[in-house]
Design a protein around this ligand. Structure first.
Ligand code: HMG
Length: 388
């Protein structure tokens, strides 16, 4: 039975900052941000968007009434959820008008949370072939103003519909995965910004890729020549390149060139949005398949998922015949092109905004946020969501 990605879409907030201007404001060389880190723009999250609304905005363009009938499982991967107890998947299920006969849960393991969700969903569909699973990945990456991590912030969401006989990509069976306890990045319950040992986190990522790729090669006897492209979890767009480059040294030039070129294409959207944690790998996949006209049905794409802490997985998918017809490329490009640039001062003001935590009521208008689904306020500790 074929199981995989039947539909995939994303959402990013309508505001961004230019990384050259951020570098200048921080007294850094802009080339460090645009070349060294590899980011051109960074999403800025308005107070009217949170992980729930971003996921709902990514998903509601994607699903139709037939999907609504068949979706009976919603798995929400996030590490910046809005509640320690209630799953964000429940709010999104309601906002999307899903039926009551749905399991709605959240998964967490840093940026690996969505890959965990996908692997769980694959097993579920194998047992329930008529079911469709809605996978949501939504996060707001926050390190703090003027911190070394600031340049690697971002926010956004990816929604994936997983089913049998998928129209975009079949996920293959062979995968390699591993877990090792590392304090490279974490966020204690009491903190709204991540703690990170930046250089160590880069090393962990690089080591995990080396381990998992090595094990995959050994297990499957496949090599880089068996891949049309590789996509990586992208906390910033230079990161995957750092992990991949050493392995391409003794590979045939044509293979190395193709993987390097396609790696660049796979960073297209991420360069404009920043780190979206659980969704970053899938945003990279979307960048690749929506921006590379030379990929073809039958092509194998490798995917490296890394979640600090750390859990990683290397897995693969095969593009399906006519996959291009089931993408939403024009809408995604328009979403990015129509965003509004904000000044560094405006970004800082948004970053520092907070919802009340004393139970008082605040209301927000949706007039300044073009998204269909937005946070309209909070009352007695309950977030109020609206769909325009
Ligand atoms: P930093 O210390 O500010 O930067 O931290 P740097 O000094 O290492 O410079 C970065 C790059 O810019 C270097 O390139 C410099 O040479 C270059 P490299 O040598 O590595 O190739 N550079 C320049 N290039 C051109 N012109 C210049 C110039 N100056 C410098 N003038 C760091 C960077 C990423 C560590 C920091 O931003 C950080 O801590 N970010 C957060 C952590 C992170 O993103 N880690 C990535 C791996 S862990 C992961 O992926 C998981 C994660 O997504 C969380 C999760 O799982 O939930 C983070």
């Amino acid at each position: 039975m074929k199981i995989g990605i039947d539909k995939i879409g994303f959402y990013a907030p309508h505001m961004y900052v230019d990384m050259v201007k951020l570098a200048e404001a921080r007294g850094d060389d802009p080339l460090k941000y645009t070349k060294g880190i590899g980011q051109d723009e960074m999403a800025v999250t308005p107070i009217t968007q949170d992980t729930v609304t971003m996921a709902a905005n990514a998903a509601h363009q994607l699903i139709d009434d037939k999907d609504r009938e068949q979706i009976d499982y919603v798995i929400f991967g996030t590490e910046t959820g809005i509640d320690h107890s209630k799953s964000a998947a429940i709010y999104v299920s309601r906002l999307l008008g899903l039926k009551k006969q749905v399991r709605a849960v959240e998964t967490k393991q840093a940026c690996y949370g969505t890959t965990a969700a996908i692997q769980l969903a694959k097993g579920y569909i194998a047992l329930n072939p008529e079911s469709k699973v809605l996978i949501l990945a939504s996060d707001i990456a926050r390190y703090g103003l003027a911190t070394p991590g600031e340049v690697t912030q971002g926010s956004g969401a990816v929604a994936i519909l997983l089913s049998q006989d998928p129209r975009i990509m079949t996920l293959e069976k062979e995968t390699t995965f591993q877990t090792e306890d590392s304090m490279d990045f974490w966020r204690p319950i009491y903190s709204d910004v991540a703690f990170v040992d930046g250089k160590y986190s880069n090393d962990r990522y690089i080591d995990f890729f080396a381990d998992l790729w090595g094990e995959y090669k050994e297990k499957t006897k496949r090599d880089f020549a068996d891949f049309a492209a590789l996509c990586f979890h992208l906390p910033y767009t230079r990161m995957g390149e750092k992990a991949l480059k050493p392995h391409l040294e003794n590979v045939a030039e044509s293979v190395a060139n193709q993987l390097t070129e396609r790696y660049k294409t796979s960073t297209t959207y991420n360069r404009l949005v920043g780190n979206i944690y659980t969704g970053s790998l899938y945003l990279s996949l979307l960048s690749l398949i929506e921006n590379d006209d030379n990929l073809a049905a039958g092509d194998r794409i490798g995917m490296f998922s890394y979640g600090s802490g750390s859990v990683g997985e290397f897995f693969t998918g095969i593009l399906e015949e006519g996959y291009q017809d089931h993408l939403n490329t024009a809408n995604h490009k328009a979403l990015l092109a129509n965003r509004k640039e904000v000044t560094i001062k405006e970004y800082e003001a948004e970053f520092l905004k907070e919802l009340p935590t004393d139970g008082s009521t605040v209301e927000y208008s949706g007039d300044n946020d073009p998204a269909d689904i937005y946070l309209a306020g909070i009352t007695e500790h309950m977030r109020q969501y609206k769909n325009k």
